[in-house]
Design a protein around this ligand. Structure first.
Ligand code: CAA
Ligand code: NDP
Length: 282
């Protein structure tokens, strides 16, 4: 069954980017969030990025209009009843995600694939709350979604080959590059990236260097496009902490212990760029 209509759940930084690239690739997209204000913010970000693409002659004004025409807002999860694929991008929390998947399993047509953009949570465990674990898969986009080429595709224990192939094709249709990985804490991307970010936070915590200097070392010394602390602020410090907790618990190894400074900032509500303060002020 071909994928034509997609629901993206969660209109935050990842959900709005995923909705944008799906609509630009010609899919009909329902962008769902519980809050109308989040949807308005998501759509307005998409509009701004499309306007910029027109100004840079990357797309035509007609492309922009048709992309926006393919995007519809939704505050009612029941709207998923007409979708062939749902991509969930809500907060990185197992309880929240499993509740969403249980509801989706009731609402969506039998053929629908249920994908999660989770950064680290086990796909097998999310799939197990549904009656269609063979049709549940991880579709992990990178931030910022319109720019980054990778989609890490995660096979849960019961994900079928047909489901994998449909999502691999969809990823290619979005002009992204798929990489297949197995379900293990943090998958590949965050098993490698997040301990580096956590270590950068420890170097600040232990007074080795300032955030600016740590970032400069990694940018000028290792040619990283962003220093690890700027990147942590960009990802969201709450998301970084949730991922470190998944690694720490999942492997039971102290090398993944989240830095106390990361915990402190999250407790203070300093979540990075999205709240105006993290390691830097915005
Ligand atoms: C946590 C997880 O589970 C997984 C993850 O996603 S981990 C995070 C992965 N992402 C990264 O590592 C990003 C690292 N940073 C970068 O690659 C770059 O700094 C960057 C692409 C974000 C910005 O690039 P830059 O050269 O420093 O800045 P800039 O010239 O302003 O931007 C380059 C282009 O990206 C676009 N861009 C930048 N930020 C953007 C955003 N948030 N949304 C959409 N587009 C964006 C800009 O509009 C610009 O496009 P144009 O060529 O049309 O002007
Ligand atoms: N940030 C990143 O760099 C990356 C994040 N991810 C993953 O993507 C997911 C989303 O992250 P991100 O976009 O950064 O987070 P954001 O906080 O920016 O966005 C999450 C959105 O989902 C909404 N939401 C929460 N619960 C529900 C629900 N039950 N139904 C509908 N909407 C809901 C939130 O609303 P409210 O604010 O009101 O709670 C918010 O608008 C996470 O799993 C994260 O790990 C993956 C790759 C990269």
């Amino acid at each position: 069954m071909a994928i034509k209509k997609v629901m993206v759940i969660g209109a935050g930084q990842m959900g709005s980017g995923i909705a944008q690239v799906c609509a630009q690739a010609g899919f009909d997209v329902l962008l769902h969030d519980m809050k109308e204000a989040a949807l308005d913010k998501g759509i307005s970000t998409i509009e701004k990025l499309l306007t910029r693409a027109v100004e840079k002659d990357r797309i035509s004004e007609a492309d922009k209009t048709s992309t926006l025409d393919r995007l519809t807002k939704s505050t009612n999860l029941e709207d998923a009843k007409s979708c062939d694929l749902v991509i969930e991008a809500v907060v990185e929390n197992m309880d929240v995600k499993t509740k969403v998947f249980q509801q989706l399993d009731e609402i969506t047509p039998k053929h629908a694939i249920l994908a999660s953009n989770t950064s680290s949570l086990p796909i097998t465990e999310i799939a197990a709350v549904t009656n269609r674990p063979d049709q549940v898969i991880g579709m992990h986009f990178m931030n910022p979604v319109p720019v980054m080429k990778l989609v890490e595709i995660i096979r849960g224990l019961q994900t079928s080959d047909a489901t994998y192939q449909a999502i691999e094709k969809m990823t290619n249709d979005l002009n992204k590059t798929p990489v297949e990985v197995n379900d293990f804490p943090g998958f590949v991307s965050n098993r490698i990236l997040m301990p580096m970010i956590n270590e950068a936070i420890y170097t600040v915590y232990e007074g080795v260097a300032s955030p600016e200097d740590v970032d400069t070392v990694m940018k000028l010394g290792m040619n990283h496009p962003m220093g690890p602390l700027t990147l942590a602020d960009f990802i969201g410090l709450d998301t970084c902490l949730y991922i470190m907790e998944v690694l720490y618990e999942g492997f039971g190894d102290s090398k993944y212990r989240p830095c106390p400074l990361l915990r402190k900032y999250v407790k203070a509500g300093w979540l990075g760029k999205k709240t105006g303060r993290g390691f830097y002020q915005y």
